[in-house]
Design a protein around this ligand. Sequence first.
Ligand code: HEM
Length: 423
Amino acid sequence: MTRPTLDAPDADISARAFWAQDYEIRERVFQRFREECPISWHRPYESELMPPDDGTPGFWSVWRHEEIRTVSRNAKVFCSGRGILMEDFPEVVSQMSQSFLAMDDPEHAQLRSLVSQAFRPRRMRTIEEWVRGNVVELVDELLATGEEADFCEAFAKLVPGRIFADFFGLPEGQTRHDVMDAAEKLLAWDDPEAAQGRSALETYGEEAQRLLDICFELIEERRATPGEDLLTWLVQAEIGGRTLEDWEIGSFFCLLAAAGNDTTRHSLAHGLSLLTRHPEQRALLLEDLDGRLDGCVEEIMRYATPVMQFRRTATQDTQLGGVPIAAGDKVVMWYSSGNRDASAFADAGSFDILRTDENRHLGFGGGGPHYCMGAAFGRMMVKHSLRDIYTRVPDIAAGVPVFQVNNFINGIAAMPARWTPPV
Ligand code: HEM
């Protein structure tokens, strides 16, 4: 059977080198896929996560908004339990770090509904003031550094880092730093800076283990001395008449450390970078900060797409956009491509904070059962950060960002920022 593909050397998304290129260069390739080959077949990624002789097959890519939503919303046909990323991970590694993100119903629904009680809209409203207070303190600390700083180090990573740490009840000091550091490196397994000479598998495995070790120690402490935090709640929670095992809590801790910390941090850095590169959009935002912030946050999520892909596996023979997909085939949804799809967004290539279309972006997923559980939380952190920053230092400007080499997270590793200190 011949499988549709784009036969062009610059369109080989399975080459590690492809991911070292600029996002906008990659987007031009994605655009060709959307227009010429919207469901395409690819050779296996040049992955260091699984041994090369493991017989890892290739995968399908889904490039358009509509078909991405179809895959995401049809979890019976496109499951998560057999891997969630373009690259395969050894099973033990997925189990220790991906929790219910890599499960299917009923197990997924059971665990998600247990944990999501902490993220219900009513609770989110009570959390909002607390998030705002933390953000104001962190902007104080950023501005106290003078008139320039690395925005990622001095602010972006600290916002979700501090909030996540308080939510989980992490002790002040080194532990908080270690969790943020491990979460960042965990999701940047292909990036030479994060890997520090290690293979991709060593990077992912060791950083996940670092998070688990911290979590296991804290579980013991909470059993002895319960607190008022998410970890205590998880230690005490019952599911189907039993308490959670340590590894289940640990795996969820890894998932949340990565899903909550890193995504938000990069969204913030992209926000400042985009508003600097598009001064007319920044001017529009500043004209009516409160009225336009929500739209601005959605547009950052669409345009930058901090989480670029997730994968499913077909559970049965099926068809997608007229292309036959066989049971067992891997199907990767390219959110970053769907978010620039001209059939879903007017003038899709423009960063436009006043978009009047519905902005049904895929930044938090395609709307299926795995839709981001922390979407409200993430939006809140980004919104309050931008509001406080642009209120106090409206002329803040980002320098040139250093991007991570990463096929999953659209990550900014470092980025200078300058501002006129408020008098
Ligand atoms: C602001 C930046 C964020 C972005 C861009 C983002 C994006 C995503 C995406 C794309 C998914 C997968 C959706 C799918 O497969 O259909 C996801 C899942 C998830 N996110 Fe987020 N996220 C963000 C923030 C957060 C925060 C702050 C938390 C928690 C505090 C969080 C917790 C989760 C969890 C637990 C899942 C797994 C849900 C499931 O499998 O049922 N995320 N996120």
